[in-house]
Ligand binder design. Structure first.
Ligand code: 2AM
Ligand code: CA
Ligand code: CA
Ligand code: CA
Length: 261
């Protein structure tokens, strides 16, 4: 299916930011790094990518507002449209030379996610989705995995790190899930975790205490690939609540039960 004009704008912006990020990844040892909090790092690559995304998106759609990880809220003159931007999801991986990170851009219209793009500039994998238009990896249409039983499933999770709450709750969730699935993974980029669910590489994913920019684009990708993505209570409020359980209809239901306990 042809991309809409606004999705093309998003793709152009993330590709441009991605070119810079790939260069920075090659010289990560020279990058300026600072800590926003315990274990919470930001690099010059995060800031540069965010600046590129901001400039490109604002140039082509002046008036749209922004919610960005590093810059925060930028009010627009158009109350209906808002970009939700994570310039570099997986900064910890990036800093360690692990090529598992992505740029994530979502677009909200009247409070509803209508478009999402996730781009890993190292593998050149570009995930796109539009509401009602399906999800794609580069030019290939995506469909969530078809496995129906948790025993066959590989699921990813987020592990609370330094500075994040509820470590005990996570351990309880993990202990319920780990014996019931074929494998548990922890990749460190929530955006890519959701993109992997959309593409069928992962059967499921759960994580709590996320921010809107971590998951906006990924939630739409999963849904447009025929999957389910809810918060940890099973409600359609992941973006607002910051918790996610995702998978196909069957895996989502079974995983949700285990996560809730
Ligand atoms: P970030 O790289 O954009 O900060 C993984 O659990 C998710 O948590 C990622 O989306 C990551 O986004 C976020 N995160 C925030 N702080 C983190 C930290 N100190 N370590 C690992 N992930 C972190
Ligand atoms: Ca961060
Ligand atoms: Ca993030
Ligand atoms: Ca980030």
């Amino acid at each position: 299916m042809a991309r809409s004009p606004v999705l093309n704008v998003m793709v152009q912006a993330v590709m441009k930011a991605g070119r810079g990020m790939r260069r920075d990844f090659g010289e990560v040892e020279n990058l300026q790094v600072s800590a926003k909090g315990p274990g919470d790092f930001v690099t010059a690559a995060d800031r540069k990518a965010e600046e590129t995304l901001y400039q490109e998106l604002a140039r082509v759609r002046p008036g749209y507002g922004f919610l960005m990880e590093e810059r925060g809220v930028v009010e627009g003159t158009d109350p209906d449209h808002r970009w939700i931007v994570d310039p570099l999801d997986g900064t910890t991986n990036f800093l360690h030379g692990i090529p598992m990170f992505a740029i994530s851009v979502g677009l909200e219209r009247a409070g509803q996610l209508v478009a999402g793009v996730i781009f890993n500039p190292v593998t050149d994998e570009l995930y796109t989705a539009e509401r009602g238009g399906g999800a794609f990896l580069n030019d290939r249409r995506l469909r969530v995995a078809g496995r129906r039983d948790l025993v066959d499933a590989v699921v990813a999770c987020g592990v609370p790190h330094l500075g994040r709450p509820r470590h005990d709750l996570f351990r309880e969730e993990l202990s319920r899930v780990q014996g019931r699935v074929s494998g548990v993974r922890r990749f460190g980029s929530a955006a890519l975790d959701l993109a992997y669910v959309a593409s069928g590489r992962l059967d499921g994913f759960w994580e709590r205490d996320l921010k809107p920019w971590d998951i906006a684009a990924g939630l739409l990708l999963v849904k447009e690939a025929g999957g389910f993505a809810t918060d940890a209570e099973g409600q359609d409020a992941a973006l607002a609540r910051g918790s996610v359980v995702a998978g196909n209809e069957h895996i989502h239901g079974q995983l949700l039960k285990l996560v809730k306990g």
